[in-house]
Design a protein around this ligand. Structure first.
Ligand code: ADP
Ligand code: MG
Ligand code: MG
Length: 250
């Protein structure tokens, strides 16, 4: 078992948002988490990466046998957890090249390895850049600054490809993407799939799941996983919407 979440409760400013999440993810699997707006999908991803704005009040999260909630956000990242944001942040004054080198080397240092050589790093950058069809000129620009919406999203997948996470969480990476960008994002995710890693795709719509085939689909509603099934569940939601989920659980 890669990730095991038991009875997770979390919130912000004393307001409970996650109300007892149970989730198990095995290595090699792709899970989709779907659900209406405001159900707690982004809160769950924030809690998993250790966003300090959120407070965990109950429950446990075990990642590769370690108590994830005990680890600082940087440690979680070095342990192989990666979150791609719905709204990627711009980092003025920090070039893509320097940002990625720092991120790659932080992980190597954490594992007791030497920093990556300049040649290997450039080779890695080129190889991963080509997967997401990201222009080389962007690599000398500040992170996400002046990038188009599609470039920002593809850049998220590029960063994921560079870091080769053990658990990747994509939080609505598909929102606002045209079909070409969607296809590229999906290609990146599919190429990075290995027997020893896993991906959680958070999405409001079924569309991305035409390109990334999930093994398991969950519905998150009002802070709980209220339904779990196979890929057919995503199709059912596409057809019927979320009203029946709400009716069953209100
Ligand atoms: P989803 O990603 O499923 O749309 P969110 O996790 O973003 O849902 O939000 C779940 C609930 O938590 C919503 O009611 C939202 O208003 C609330 N919430 C999320 N983030 C914050 C925050 N920073 N401060 C206050 N409330 C928040
Ligand atoms: Mg939302
Ligand atoms: Mg969200």
């Amino acid at each position: 078992m890669l990730l095991e979440i038991n009875n997770l409760h979390a919130g912000i400013d004393g307001k409970e948002i996650l109300r007892g999440i149970d989730l198990r993810v095995n290595a090699g699997e792709i899970h989709a988490i779907m659900g209406p707006n405001g159900s707690g999908k982004s809160t769950l991803s924030s809690v998993l990466v250790g966003n300090p704005a959120f407070e965990v009040t109950q429950g446990s999260v075990t990642f590769q046998g370690k108590d994830l909630l005990e680890l600082a956000p940087e440690e979680r990242s070095c342990e192989g957890i990666f979150l791609s944001f719905q709204y990627p942040v711009e980092i003025p004054g920090v070039s893509m090249v320097n940002f990625m080198r720092a991120a790659v080397n932080a992980r190597r240092e954490y594992r007791g390895e030497e920093p990556v050589s300049a040649t290997d790093f450039l080779k890695l950058m080129r190889e991963k850049r080509e997967i997401v069809e990201l222009d080389n000129r962007l690599m000398n620009r500040s992170v996400n600054e002046g990038f188009s919406g599609g470039e920002k999203k593809r850049n998220e997948i590029f960063q994921m490809a560079m870091l080769e996470p053990t658990l990747a969480i994509l939080d609505e990476t598909d929102s606002g993407l045209d079909i070409d960008a969607l296809r590229i994002v999906a290609k990146g995710v599919n190429l990075l799939r290995r027997p020893d890693n896993a991906t959680i795709v958070i999405t409001h719509y079924q569309r991305l799941l035409d390109y990334i085939k999930p093994d398991v689909v969950h519905v998150l509603y009002h802070g709980r996983i209220v339904k779990t099934g196979g890929p057919e569940l995503a199709l059912e939601l596409e057809k019927k919407g979320y009203d029946w989920i709400k009716e069953q659980n209100d």
